[in-house]
Design a protein around this ligand. Sequence first.
Ligand code: GAP
Length: 441
Amino acid sequence: MKTEVTMEKLVALAKTRGFVYPGSDIYGGLANSWDYGPLGVELKKNITDAWWKKFVTSRGDMVGIDAALVMNPKVWEASGHVATFTDPLVECKTCHERYRADQIDLSASCQKCANKGTFTNPASFNLMLKTWLGPKEDASAVAYFRPETAQAMFIDLPQVLQSSRKRVPFGVAQIGKAFRNEITPGNFIFRTREFNLMEFEFFIHPSEWEMWFEYWLGEMKDWLAFLGVKEEEVVFHEIEDGERAHYSKRTVDIEYHYPFGLKELYGLAYRTDFDLKLHMEASGKDLRYTDPKTNEKYVPHVIEPAFGVDRSVLVTLLSAYTEEQAPTSEEGESATRVVLKLPKVLAPFKIALLPLSKKDELVTIAQALADRLRQTWATDYDETQSIGKRYRRQDEIGTPYCVTVDFETLNDHAVTIRDRDTMEQVRVKIDELENWFAEKL
Ligand code: GAP
């Protein structure tokens, strides 16, 4: 595993370069809430766009929806979340600090007050984030922010089938926010109370579940490679009987070696017909599917690949973070260079335009070129500080190509393009830039 990247270094870089900031900062923050800054929002969007393209729009057997965050509470009663979506909670009897019982050693001392043997017995703590709809704050107005996007894919199934004319096997996908009142959020954007999910329910005939499970596991592996995650950084953990979520007959957790330990990144579950059957019972609506060829009427089963967006951002940054020795302008000297070797398609900026000096004749050309190139590729422009410092900044934010406009440009109508990873420089005619970048990006 990589040793050079620590959470301290990554969080500091994310903050100073504008990927992710602490939320509500001027009011002292809000524990474990994070805001995506100008570069983070681009990286996150590039990830979700690529996911949507790979799993939805480039396929003929997938459609998307975008459902309400707050649904009828009957959905969560029927799905079992109100009764069983819980984590075991213990409290230190001395200082009243609360912990997840499955994440600490109950025979050890309290991490906050160092007293020993003072934990309460574990109690079930429901993770649903509650609110009230309308002007009355009583039991009749209670509603929940969704803890997963999945349930909307089940309850909207009849409308999706009717309007899209899809046939089983096919999937319904969604990207959006989910909320969980986590007992112990933490580790930057790894575990928060408000997070983003990308997931889909792939509806199948039950006889085909094993084939589809393996197929989607393979696609998830491809996706990890696309993010730049190396095989040795992940573990595919087959969850044992008795350990799985209440709805699953087979689950594989995809775990990642984070700097804070081996923990879950994504999940793949065979949810059977568990959810559709519960919703049929609770709503009284027939959610069965009729096969147009065989006329067989059955409740479709589902394979569910679930991807945390924020964890995708985190592992993409961790995988891309690199420190290497690079020569400085001083003869024979070198210094540590921090570079985010992001896949080009995910980099917030693809190109940076850097005039060598702030002289008008260079700035005019560089600004015009930046405006021209950003019609096709996300392009940054920077004229402050020395060229070395500007290269360093672009390396740290993962920009694949820096374009320098220098005094020679005035004569040869060419610019220097520097490659982020190799630091090699080539001279390219201004007229040929679009063709050059179209090939590289
Ligand atoms: N519909 C299935 C489902 O929600 P899950 O394993 O509970 O499954 C799916 O969550 C994914 O969401 C996880 O694999 C993880 O990537 C992400 N996730 C879960 N809880 C999270 C949290 N509190 N903060 C950030 N991401 C979270």
